[in-house]
Write a protein that binds this ligand. Structure first.
Ligand SMILES: [Zn+2]
Length: 317
């Protein structure tokens, strides 16, 4: 009996150790956590996560607590990167990006993944629901970034490059958080006095949880034209890991879309942008968690993780 148990344990440990680091990370990305993150962020208690409002601050605190629980360290010593928008005679909007990171072997090269966590908050409209929950826009993207941070930690492999996980504020007011990050050189320059160290790659997730014309596998993936290798990564990983996704690749240069990858594009950073398209609940109080296709969110999360793994580790990238 003891022999059998020992053999089984040896077999199991050999199996575990033969799993590559990348697959160890992949295995912790799951549906139940997507349901939890999206459910909490899009709940009425977070009041639509309006930038600079109580609900937005609560969302930022929640994201920070997830980073802490995952062991993801604060970027440059603080999870919150504050910034202000001055509005004439109106009160200023005090906002905050939430930034965590995993240090790479090479700390002077940075790759990033991000999603905005703010949404439209509470406002009166012609329905009896005043809370804009923003489940698809963009609790789905936030859930992806949080699960991907968890996956890199679970891989137990130090990446070649440093990875920053960014949850942006103020996107709905005009890409304010991501613009602040790329314009404020103290945000990311790892070597003081070096004027310009661009982020080497950025992945953006904004609205990744709905179906288009009933197609559960549809996703639009746009990327920088000069990096056709991104399409090769995407196609081969969909096949290798049997992801239920049939991507379209709209040209980013002709239709950049209005999300947080745009400030990075302007700085010359190669980007990949994940989005499942507009729908009738877009920017309405009815953008609720109940309409999300969670299996799709999970498969997009896995694919974005695999892309980020390549950005962080391939010498040739
Ligand atoms: Zn959005």
């Amino acid at each position: 009996m003891r022999y059998i148990i020992t053999s089984v344990l040896l077999f199991l440990s050999a199996y575990c150790f033969s799993q590559t680091a990348i697959e160890k990370g992949l295995s912790v990305i799951n549906k139940s956590e997507a349901v939890t993150y999206i459910g909490i962020l899009a709940s009425d208690s977070l009041q639509g996560r309006g930038a600079g409002k109580t609900g937005g601050i609560m969302a930022a605190e929640y994201i920070k607590s997830v980073f802490e629980n995952l062991g993801i360290k604060p970027w440059r010593g603080k999870y919150f990167q504050p910034f202000t928008r001055h509005i004439g005679n109106n009160p200023n909007y005090e906002m905050r990006n939430v930034l965590g990171y995993i240090e790479g072997k090479n700390t002077w090269e940075i790759v990033m993944i991000g999603a905005h966590y703010d949404h439209l908050g509470i406002k009166a409209n012609n329905t009896n629901d005043s809370i804009y929950n923003g489940a698809d826009d963009n609790a789905t993207g936030v859930s992806a970034v949080l699960q991907i941070a968890k996956a890199f930690a679970a891989s137990e492999q130090k990446p070649e490059r440093t990875i920053i996980f960014a949850l942006w504020d103020g996107e709905e007011m005009g890409l304010l958080g991501s613009s602040h990050f790329v314009e404020d050189h103290s945000s990311y320059i790892p070597i003081p006095l070096v004027a310009s160290v661009p982020v080497k790659g950025y992945i953006n997730c904004d609205m990744i949880g709905r179906d288009k014309d009933g197609d559960g596998s549809h996703v639009d993936i746009s990327f920088t034209d000069s990096k056709p290798v991104f399409a090769e990564w995407i196609k081969s990983d969909i096949e290798k890991y049997k992801l239920a996704l049939a991507p379209q690749f709209p040209s980013l240069e002709s239709t950049p879309g209005g999300s947080d990858h745009v400030p990075f594009m302007r700085k010359g950073t190669p980007v990949i942008f994940y989005n499942t398209g507009l729908h009738p609940d877009y920017h309405k109080p009815s953008d609720e968690a109940t309409y999300i296709n969670y299996d799709k969110v999970v498969d997009i999360t896995k694919l974005a993780y695999l892309n980020l793994w390549n950005m962080a580790n391939l010498i040739s990238f």
